[in-house]
Write a protein that binds this ligand. Structure first.
Ligand code: DLL
Length: 431
């Protein structure tokens, strides 16, 4: 393999020492260079010199997305502008974007964690890699790109969308790896089958992330086009893609703990939860220069596992993100994650992985409607057959969630396809 450098530590003890030192250094940089953190530490009577061990992390304050918004655009940067060599931003649904910055060294760190990630999926200089994440302010395209070049792959920076071209280059250039969102991967898989290209392409690996997806979606993609689909996780605030990545065991994603320290907390109380419990993922960056963040509340819900993985790596694994705490729908008092609905729909042979969840409130009662597209060979004008399928889906949803949903079946190829992150929920309630 061309590039296979991994974590700098050989034991968790050594890692602990490295994290302690890096955490202390970062707190000092925050204290000296970011008024927001200096004021916060002063208010709480904390001085970085008192924090010498990573076990003290839970005594430190959280940072929230709102803090980035309040200090828009550059207020939380810890270096002068002339040291910032890249800016990215995430649009968000309302208001100002969240801006993130990188020094030259930050870009090197990002490239390194991305290169480790791709190496974990077995990607090397013998691969031809089509990067179909969006290039631009979104961190997906450029983040994956630099890591792919570092491992020596031949990179095709095609960006997202233009499906016809994606398929053409995939065939003509013999791409062996595709990197994009899982929802776009599902659409690409369908298109490959529809265009009868399966025998003409050489894809073997997918690097999918940037949105929640299910094991069922993984099986759908893997089985449709015969590739191995890997889960990559990250967020702009922490660095972008490459915060964690699955190894060949596909049993959780290894977090690069020499750069990002994870914690799982109870989102309501802020208390740190024991290993294996489900809660909100919180990250502290310990090497970032331009935008160091302390105990950043990701809103992503998952678990952490510290046992050694079957691959031999000792870096902690995080489970799949089951949703974001702000994506969770409360319908008639029941907590519903879109991923639960997805897992039901994908298991059915009759439906495609394209769906929309619509929540309304009528006469003070929440209603759940699921619109889902039917697979071509099962589509019919016969009401009786469609009614049977509707009942089947209703039953499966009721079994899983305990909620009666109304199901609307729509014709093949009639639902919107997404080239980046999919938007599957329309909540019309004024909550
Ligand atoms: O989505 C970075 C990224 C690009 C990750 C490409 C992976 C691949 P943001 O736009 O800031 O950054 O969005 C971050 O997306 O907090 C999660 O809610 C969600 N997310 C990212 N990866 C995954 C994943 C990029 N593998 C937000 N599974 C995060 C579930 C994911 N959710």
């Amino acid at each position: 393999m061309f590039w296979n450098k991994e974590i700098e530590c050989s034991s968790r003890n050594e890692l602990h020492n490295l994290q302690s030192k890096r955490l202390h250094d970062m707190l000092l940089r925050m204290y000296n260079n970011v008024p927001f953190y200096r004021n916060k530490f002063t208010e709480l009577g904390i001085h970085p010199n008192d924090i010498t061990n990573v076990s003290q992390l839970s005594s430190l304050p959280f940072t929230y997305k709102q803090d980035l918004r309040d200090n828009y655009p550059f207020g939380l940067f810890a270096v002068p502008q002339h040291q910032v060599v890249r800016l990215h931003a995430s649009s968000g649904t309302t208001g100002k974007p969240t801006v993130v910055a990188y020094t030259q060294k930050d870009l090197e760190t990002w490239t390194e964690v991305m290169a480790r990630s791709l190496t974990m999926a077995g990607i090397s200089n013998s691969d031809i890699m089509q990067v179909a994440y969006g290039y631009g302010l979104f961190t997906g395209g450029l983040g994956v790109h630099y890591g792919a070049e570092k491992v020596g792959a031949s990179v095709i920076p095609i960006s997202g969308g233009n499906t016809k071209k994606q398929l053409q280059l995939m065939e003509d250039f013999g791409s062996t790896v595709i990197a994009c969102t899982p929802s776009y991967a599902a659409f690409l898989s369908e298109s490959i089958l529809a265009e009868k290209l399966l025998d003409k392409i050489k894809l073997k690996i997918g690097v999918f992330g940037a949105e929640p997806w299910t094991e069922e979606m993984r099986s759908f993609i893997q089985n449709s086009i015969g590739i191995k689909a890997y889960n990559i996780y990250g967020l702009s605030e922490i660095i972008g893609p490459g915060v964690s990545m699955e190894c060949e065991c596909q049993n959780g994603s290894h977090i690069f703990e020499d750069h990002f320290i994870p914690e799982i907390i109870n989102p309501d109380t802020g208390e740190v939860l024991p290993e294996g419990e489900l809660g909100e993922l919180v990250f502290t960056t310990i090497t970032k220069e331009a935008l160091p963040l302390l105990r950043y509340r990701t809103r992503d819900l998952t678990t952490l596992h510290y046992d050694t993985c079957a691959c031999g790596r000792t870096m902690v694994r995080m489970g799949r993100i089951i949703g974001r705490s702000d994506d969770m729908l409360i319908i008639r008092g029941v907590n519903v994650f879109p991923s639960q609905v997805e897992s039901v729909l994908i298991e059915l042979a009759e439906t495609t992985p394209h769906y929309t969840i619509i929540v309304n409130r009528e006469n003070n009662l929440d209603t759940l409607e699921i619109q889902v597209e039917v697979v071509e060979q099962y589509w019919t004008d016969e009401m009786k057959v469609l009614d049977g399928l509707k009942k089947k889906i209703q039953h499966a949803i009721a079994n899983l969630l305990g909620i009666n949903a109304s199901i609307k079946l729509v014709e093949p190829n009639s639902m919107q396809r997404f080239e980046g992150k999919a938007q599957r929920v329309i909540d019309n309630r004024k909550l």
